[in-house]
Design a protein around this ligand. Sequence first.
Ligand code: DON
Length: 555
Amino acid sequence: MKPACGKGSEMQATIVAAEPLAARAGLQILEQGGNAVDAAVTVGFALAVTFPEAGNIGGGGFLVGDVGRARGTDDGQPICLDFREKAPLKADRDLYVRAAEAGIEKASLLGHLAAAVPGSVAGLLDALDRWGSLPRSRVLAPAIGLASRGFPMTASRHRRLSSKGTRGQMTLFEETARIFYPDGEPVAAGEIFKQPDLARTLQRIADNGREGFYGGETADHILVEMKRGGGLIAIEDLESYRAVVREPVQFELNGVEVLTMPAPSSGGICLEQMLRILSRFPLEEFGAGSTDTIHLLAESMRRSFADRNHFLGDPDFVSIPTEKLLSEERIEAMAKSIDLKKSTPSSAITPAGATEKEETTHYSILDRHGNAVAVTTTLNGSFGSKVVVPGTGFLLNNEMDDFTARPGEPNLFGLVQGEANAVEPGKRPLSSMTPTVVIGSGGEVRGVLGTPGGPTIITNVLQVFLGLYRHNLSPEDAVSQPKVHHQSLPDHLYHEEGIAKETLMALKDRGHQLKRRGKIGDFQLISVAPGGAVRGVSDPRGGGTTATKVKIQRN
Ligand code: DON
């Protein structure tokens, strides 16, 4: 196949993100001559202002990309950066068991003990240093402007902040209440929401780099708040936090090459396992959304998640048998163990997880040279731990809940995990975030994929990939098709609405325990057709947008 684009021709610069102001901020950076990484850094900081449920400087994330092309003439190089939060050095494996015994039920989810050491600022600045081209002050300027000048409160955020559950938890913390409920109520839809403290924190980062967050005034504020609220993050944690460059999970399948996230995300390993299991079955013949296809999806998902929950954790702490998990023998055995007509029960049934609203966010970027960046970032739950550090304007994550916080018990996402993901000082909790870039056989970018959704992230990326590269769906249909999800435990086949009744009955007959659930994910896809046409699709399930450059400005 001839490279359709990338080499010698310019591409339609495109950003797809869950929040329009942040997407446009990134596009401006591309229009000013910034590259995909510059734009990713801008979108990341802007989302911390405009999408406080999940956009963050108090959380963490992952970046996968294929960059380094200049003026459409070169091949890209895979890049992969881990800026996942870390457990504080004072944390230990029984932290949340003790908290539960002391009557604090939600310690890994709500309040100061839930917060792991934030990684986003280190990660975004590190990405800029390594692969960006613009100065820090330029890429941070849009976020600072949005925080200080403010922007209109959306109706959906207003609704969310007004909901009983969110309000009840957010207002437990005085500073969070002061910012998000001035005069006791959320800022009305359409009114301007300003965040002056956050603007000053972002300015300190622009002025002083990582020291503007992990040292000086910002660090002082964090430490004071940790002491006041009984949290564990200490100065050593802040000073020692570093993002880590990782080798992406990389494999070829269906005529494309996939670059995706390795541990401490489970996304890459599971995605590869599931895709390779499914490559042994004629899905094209079965058709997208058919009983046979959904059955096979569920069976490959349940098998892969069993491995995930048992073997995977932070590779800096546990040894992951990656070679074994991805060996031909293993994939073959997993595929062979699937009964085409009957579901295999997962070994035990566990109660479903908590019902708290979850939130993460993903953005996909393609610059005009054909460089691609995929970033998924999170505070874990919606608005994280709900703790705003006084004086800084930012929310801390509740990522500690992604660990096996209490052995044998399901976490926020109903995941029952093992020893490999136990809490240890300085360890990163296992993630499911799966930012993914797909490369065509000519070296050109064909897809930039990702979504929020906890464990459904992996299975959602799987289904969009299959939609695009096996079922030949349009990018819009690949994203909007009804999604299913299985995570081994609990032994449920979750599904969105929209699957035909007869299909659901046939799946039930094969032994699947069906569970209808609400919207799965908020996919942000860029798809590049073999002819070079670029399509951005922001999931109709969310409120995001595609920002794309109409006019090409040359440097
Ligand atoms: O890293 C993870 O897998 C989770 N903390 C992601 C949380 C998430 O996607 C919530 N969003 N809907």
